[in-house]
Design a protein around this ligand. Structure first.
Ligand code: IPM
Ligand code: MN
Length: 341
């Protein structure tokens, strides 16, 4: 039996509800796949700041660093002090955000299957904002190094995918000539080392439109931090909304897995949250563990979670955001039943 240590950030708002579903689902893999998870709480976020004075205490950071992976639920207003900091401190440079039609979930087209590869460490997210008389200036950094490693990641990901295998670089180089000009140029350079993968470019405003006009034509989109943030919410809506959108923050040796959505305080504690995004996030975590540790059991666990989620949806169970009436925990219990039986 292989044991993995997983740092868990329970989060704020709906975080605890979807976390508890996901931990139960991961526990359910134990007997079938000989996989054991040791969960180590790593408190962070609004509630943590209220209790301890810090949104990201050093002890939580050590727990995350010392674990095999981190599974994070959304945090509230302190997101900039927690997840944005974690991405930068741990150099989790690739934010992977798949958008794929699911069975029995409303999708703009039935055959959407693309992934946004969002640069995760720079752009406007370094938080360099300065006041001057009459306003504020925000600095946006785009470096050759970060652009190159994210472009490489995108091409390598495209090489592993089925289907059309193409990378689209999204930017705004017609206006941001130097910053997005550099991003575009580096993506073009990297494309020359990956000649089996198609390469094209699109301005971000056109990309926002084309995602709605012809979402089925996209494969791998590589883009800078803020465009990736915005386009990934749009991408989620194409296949059912934020309730079904998972993501992974990947670095050289560590990774944090989290749903794309936020803490949704308006529906917190009511059993209304859709746990699908968090469960597909667990599947992404297992796929990453499988790849980095060479452990086939993790890949088996990941595909079992994906099938159990699909079977649950096919069985008609849905939370309110998808037009159903089942609660967070009912949905979770059904996924566990499918995993066990
Ligand atoms: C996301 C979120 C975060 C981001 C926020 C909460 C800081 O919207 O992961 O997409 O902007 O990256
Ligand atoms: Mn976002």
């Amino acid at each position: 039996m292989t044991t993995y240590t997983i740092a868990t950030i329970e989060g704020d708002g709906i975080g605890p509800e979807i976390s508890s579903v996901s931990l139960r689902v991961l526990d359910a893999l134990r007997s079938r796949f000989d996989l054991k998870f040791e969960f180590r709480p790593a408190p962070a976020g609004d509630g943590c700041k209220t209790r301890t004075g810090e949104a990201l205490p050093p002890s939580s950071l050590s727990t995350i660093k010392d674990s095999d992976a981190c599974l994070k639920a959304p945090v509230g207003d302190t997101a900039a002090e927690t997840i944005v900091k974690l991405r930068q401190m741990l150099n989790l440079y690739a934010n992977i955000r798949p958008s794929k039609s699911l069975p029995h979930v409303p999708s703009l087209r039935p055959d959407i299957d693309f992934v946004i590869v969002r640069e995760n460490t720079e752009c406007l997210y370094r938080g360099m904002e300065f006041e001057f008389e009459g306003g504020v200036v925000a600095l946006r950094t785009i470096t050759r190094k970060a652009s190159e490693r994210i472009a490489k990641y995108a091409f390598e990901l495209a090489e592993q995918r089925n289907g059309p295998r193409k990378v689209l670089a999204v930017h705004k180089s017609n206006v941001l000539r130097k910053s997005d000009g550099l991003f575009s140029q580096v993506c073009r350079e990297v494309s020359l080392n990956h000649t089996t993968i198609g390469f094209s470019e699109m301005l971000v405003d056109a990309a926002a439109m084309n995602l709605i006009r012809m979402p089925e034509t996209f494969d791998v989109i590589v883009t800078t931090n803020m465009y990736g943030d915005i386009l990934s919410d749009e991408a989620a809506q194409l296949v059912g909304g934020l309730g079904v959108a998972p993501s992974a923050n990947i670095g050289e040796s560590s990774a944090i897995f989290e749903p794309v959505h936020g803490a949704a305080p308006d529906i917190a504690g009511k059993g209304l949250a859709n746990p699908v995004a968090m469960l597909l996030t667990c599947a992404m975590m297992l796929e990453w563990l499988s790849k980095t540790r060479g452990d086939a059991a993790c890949a088996g666990g990941a595909s079992a979670i994906r099938s159990a989620v699909n079977l649950t949806l096919e069985g008609g169970l849905k939370t309110q955001d998808l037009g159903g009436a089942s609660s967070t925990s009912e949905f979770g219990a059904a996924v566990v039943r499918h995993l066990q039986g």
